[in-house]
Design a protein. Structure first.
Length: 135
């Protein structure tokens, strides 16, 4: 089973996940744009177990449908590394794809909040697109 490690910029915070992603996606919502400092967030979900090393600072955000996401970022360099959705029955973790620093990482399958996508952002062919969050 493949093991992947995602880490913050300074290396203080990391998460080790196993297996293939449950799914990969990009989110263009304004909250993700502000959180990442980019025009979208790229995330990959993984099933437990996973192993966290280092200390994280947390930020809890309530989404449009009332769900709460607990984002973990490095208190030293500020990099967002992963988040969990409170009440998720699967117990999965969503990891920032860029934190893997792996240009061969699988491409996104889904794109949400397309209504907020910057017009110059081009999506891969065949990606599932939702105007808002379908959940």
């Amino acid at each position: 089973m493949q093991t992947r490690v995602a880490a913050c910029c300074c290396g203080q915070l990391s998460i080790e996940v196993r297996g293939e992603p449950l799914g990969t996606g990009v989110c263009h919502c304004l909250a993700c744009q502000r959180r990442t400092g980019s025009v979208f967030a790229a995330l990959a979900a993984f099933a437990p177990p996973y192993r966290i090393t280092g200390t994280a600072t947390e930020y809890v955000r309530t989404g449009d449908a009332g769900g709460r996401a607990r984002f973990r970022f490095c208190p030293v360099c500020g990099s967002t590394v992963f988040h969990t959705d409170e009440g998720s029955p699967r117990g999965s973790v969503a990891v920032a794809v860029g934190a893997f620093a792996d240009p061969t990482f699988p491409p996104p399958q889904d794109s949400v909040y397309d209504c907020r996508r910057h017009p110059w952002v081009q999506l891969p062919p065949g990606i599932q697109v939702s105007d808002k969050d379908p959940d």
